[in-house]
Design a protein around this ligand. Structure first.
Ligand code: CP
Ligand code: NVA
Length: 322
């Protein structure tokens, strides 16, 4: 019987679990969590794409919780030479208490999770970036005390980040306004599901999306793996820059978020990302606290308030494998 939980999309956790996760991450950030629930364990981190924040936050976070993090890039491990992902999952499960994967297809992360006997965390795929949106919402909670009743604007590509924002709007019920150029919309199934809550708008107009928003967020126009489309995307996204004129449409106390890395002068003006409304450095730091909360919950048995309420039991706390 499967006794562990994965975090492959933002929607994998219920609202109450997510709220508990935000609280645990805030406790960790405030220095009020001193346990080492992963002592004696190892975290395998598979990277098929580059990373700064995800790598450092998982690596430092795992170490702070007592675990040994293993950086496994496809340049070094047999996965990059064609070893099946399922075999990799089985082997890593025998030696590690959890696996984080950053890869291209979401289906690969799901295949890994099906074959693994330990929790698998999505550290970004082409379709989802759930850890980032948890950190973004932690930053929103820090700025406003809550995400409830807030209007979040997403300006730009309907990419992995936009999809995870849709999942977040569906789970948590805040208002989400996405402005995407034609042909660059988010996943239609996730959009339809999020719209069940009735507070999701998809528009071609960045101004309409930003109007009265408490949070304005954007991302690169060409994500990892789309480098060859850079010029075509620059043409498609002309007019989608988050600049001071666009920020002036937002609420007076609006904040600006960007998952980073950013291209100043492309999707965001330097005056915005380096300006007083920008919270991008808090947002980046929050990756650490969120990653720690996630690992403590999924791999270390730290209870999320709702674990029992969902009927799925407490997350598994594996014995150290050593
Ligand atoms: N935001 C984010 O995931 O950054 P990295 O690609 O540097 O990990
Ligand atoms: N959408 C970007 C996010 C990087 C953190 C990408 O996938 O490259």
């Amino acid at each position: 019987m499967r006794t562990h939980r994965d975090f492959l999309t933002f929607a994998d956790f219920t609202k109450s679990e997510l709220d508990a996760l935000f609280k645990l991450a805030a406790r960790m950030k405030a220095g009020r969590y001193r346990r080492k629930p992963l002592a004696g364990h190892a975290l395998a981190m598979i990277y098929l794409k580059a990373s700064t924040r995800t790598r450092v936050s998982f690596e430092v976070g795992a170490w702070q919780l007592g675990a040994h993090p293993l950086f496994l890039s496809n340049r070094d491990v047999q996965l990059g030479r064609g070893e099946p992902i399922t075999d990799t999952a089985r082997v890593l499960s025998r030696m590690c208490a959890g696996i984080m994967i950053r890869t291209f297809a979401q289906a690969d992360a799901e295949e890994l999770a099906r074959a693994a006997d330990v929790p698998v965390i999505n550290g970004l795929t082409d379709e989802h970036h759930p850890c980032q949106v948890v950190a973004d919402l932690m930053t929103v909670r820090e700025a406003f005390g809550t995400y409830e009743g807030k209007r979040i604007a997403w300006i730009g590509d309907g990419n992995n980040m936009a999809n995870s924002w849709l999942d977040a709007a569906w789970r948590l019920g805040f208002e989400l306004r996405l402005a995407c150029p034609e042909g660059y919309e988010p996943d239609p199934a996730l959009l339809a599901r999020a719209r069940e809550r009735g507070r999701v708008l998809l528009t071609r107009s960045p101004r309409e999306a930003a109007e009265g928003a408490h949070v304005v967020s954007t991302d690169v126009w060409a994500s990892m793996g789309q480098e060859a489309e850079q010029q075509q995307r620059e043409r498609a996204f002309a007019g989608f820059i988050v600049d001071d004129a666009l920020m002036s449409r937002a609420a007076k106390d609006a904040i600006f978020l960007h998952c980073l890395p950013a291209h100043r002068g492309e999707e965001v003006a330097a005056s915005v990302i380096d300006g007083p409304r920008s919270r991008v450095w808090d947002e980046a730091e929050n990756r650490l606290h969120v990653q720690k909360a996630l690992m403590a919950a999924l791999m270390g048995g730290e209870p999320l308030a709702a674990a029992a309420a969902t009927g799925r039991g407490s997350p598994r706390r594996p014995k150290p494998k050593q």
